[in-house]
Design a protein around this ligand. Structure first.
Ligand SMILES: [Cu+2]
Length: 478
């Protein structure tokens, strides 16, 4: 298949064209549409759910406005609840997460946080139909680099319900899940199919508990590596690559075919640059990577290799005239599981808040035997919400004695990483942190600034679907 240089839909291009419309009475509004598009995966046409702006570009990619309102028209035949990872949206964060009915409009108010962020369907069924998109508010005064957005997704020809059903059945032979999601399955709608290759949960040679699901394809800007996006760049160009992990449950390692890059922001917040050949990125996380291209005009690949596997997605950075070799979607060596090797080197930039006035431990609970993940052994509605008084700085300690890694999101909050394991650090400010299994321990500082509910949730959306989410209630009387 020929590579089209014209397909640059994920580039932050002529940003002025996407500026919010200002109305005289209210904050400027930015229209978005929930719709479908057809993409091609492994030479098969596939219906993908998408959230597009007026020009048909996915998500929001604009200079940072102070505040504005996203007006979302849902043209899909089903309600959709959107989760704005990285943005403290209003009127109240919990309301902003309410579903938008079919053929109806919803609106979300932003005090836009600059940087590289993500919007996705909160429901794994819709997220698995590729409903995740970039939210990029270009930083005022940023360094002069070509902006390139790279959205990573995992794709399955089978719906998420089948995967969930299989994960539960497989993990507990004869076990009927009591209540909740399992009861929503119509088993009659579930034709068993022959599967090739590994079973879910068998995962990697390195760690049989690494992968919940073996997806059929891994996508970079909606494309597989046998037909990658080719981004036109200048010889010796200076780039800012905004990598967004919008996958449902897949963690990746980013590399540039041996070149070095520097992480300059994590989850949309600047950090002291960390230079390396490869960087881990878990679901929900974002990495801004400064990359300086060679002066000889050679192409540079950007690979996203699945953790614990050889399979990879990616795109190509090519000056005009550069020969573009055929890239294989299998790396030579299996990647390690993602870990905290980047976080331990990260240092945030800018003022940090006051020292903590209280601490709260959150145990990440559940195991593979019942595929029943939770926080403090509770599910939504049990012991929720967790009250935290407004005006306090809370040290939230996440402890994971299970076997699986959990990428935990403090949705809409700044989470300043202050301890990894037993080691105290002055780490990055981000919103989604890797909490490794088998005794992983990560502590972050969060500030209960304004009243309202926030979510603490696993960004492995299969874990979230079975209950790994809790509400934090910031209240004046806690
Ligand atoms: Cu999880």
């Amino acid at each position: 298949m020929t590579i089209s240089l014209a397909r640059r839909s994920f580039l932050v291009g002529s940003a002025a064209a996407f500026l919010p419309q200002r109305s005289p009475l209210a904050a400027p509004s930015f229209p978005l549409t929930l719709t479908t598009r057809t993409i091609e995966v492994k030479r098969r046409p596939v219906r993908a759910l998408s959230l597009v702006d007026r020009s048909g570009h996915p998500g929001i990619q604009i200079p940072t406005p102070f505040e504005f309102r996203a007006e979302i028209h849902n043209t899909l035949p089903e309600p959709v609840a959107l989760s704005w990872t990285g943005q403290d949206v209003g009127p109240a964060p919990a309301e902003a997460a309410e579903p938008i009915k079919s053929n109806a409009h919803g609106s979300v108010e932003f005090r836009a946080r600059p940087g590289t962020h993500l919007v996705h369907a909160g429901d794994v069924r819709q997220a698995q139909e590729l409903l995740s998109a970039p939210v990029v508010f270009l930083e005022p005064g940023r360094e002069d680099r070509q902006d390139i957005v790279l959205l990573l997704q995992d794709f399955s020809f089978r719906p998420a319900d089948e995967h969930l059903h299989e994960l539960m059945e497989r993990s507990a032979p004869g076990h009927r899940h009591g209540g909740g999601l399992a009861d929503e399955f119509d088993i009659g709608d579930w034709p068993p199919r022959a599967r090739g290759g590994r079973h879910p949960g068998e995962g990697s040679i390195l760690d049989p508990h690494l992968h919940d699901i073996d997806h059929d394809a891994y996508l970079a800007n909606h494309r597989t590596l046998d037909d990658p996006e080719v981004v036109r760049v200048e010889r010796g160009g200076r780039l800012r690559l905004r990598v967004i992990n919008g996958a449902t449950s897949t963690a990746f390692w980013i590399d540039f075919g041996g070149r070095r890059g520097a992480v300059i922001a994590t989850d949309g917040r600047a950090v002291v640059p960390v230079t390396d050949h490869r960087f881990p990125i878990a679901p929900g996380q974002r990495l801004d990577i400064a990359l300086d291209l060679p002066r000889d005009g050679a192409m540079v690949p950007v690979f996203a290799q699945r953790e614990g596997d050889r399979v990879r997605a990616g795109l190509v950075l090519a000056p005009s005239g550069a020969p573009i070799p055929r890239l294989t979607d299998m790396a030579e060596f299996q990647a390690l599981p993602v870990d905290l090797s980047l976080d331990v080197r990260l240092r945030g930039i800018g003022p940090h808040g006051a020292p903590p006035s209280r601490s709260r431990v959150f145990a990440l609970t559940g195991d593979d035997h019942v595929y029943d993940w939770g926080i403090d052994n509770a599910h939504p509605g049990e012991g929720d919400p967790v009250p935290l008084p407004v005006g306090t700085m809370v040290e939230a300690v996440l402890i994971n004695d299970g076997i699986r890694m959990h990428p935990m999101s403090f949705e809409g909050l700044d989470a300043h990483v202050v301890a990894l394991g037993s080691r105290r650090i002055n780490g990055a400010v981000r919103d989604t942190v890797i909490v490794p299994g088998r005794g992983g321990r990560v502590a972050v500082l969060i500030e209960a600034r304004a009243p309202g509910d926030r979510l603490l949730a696993c960004h492995n959306l299969y874990h979230r679907a079975v209950g790994m989410v809790r509400h934090l209630r910031f209240a004046t009387h806690g």
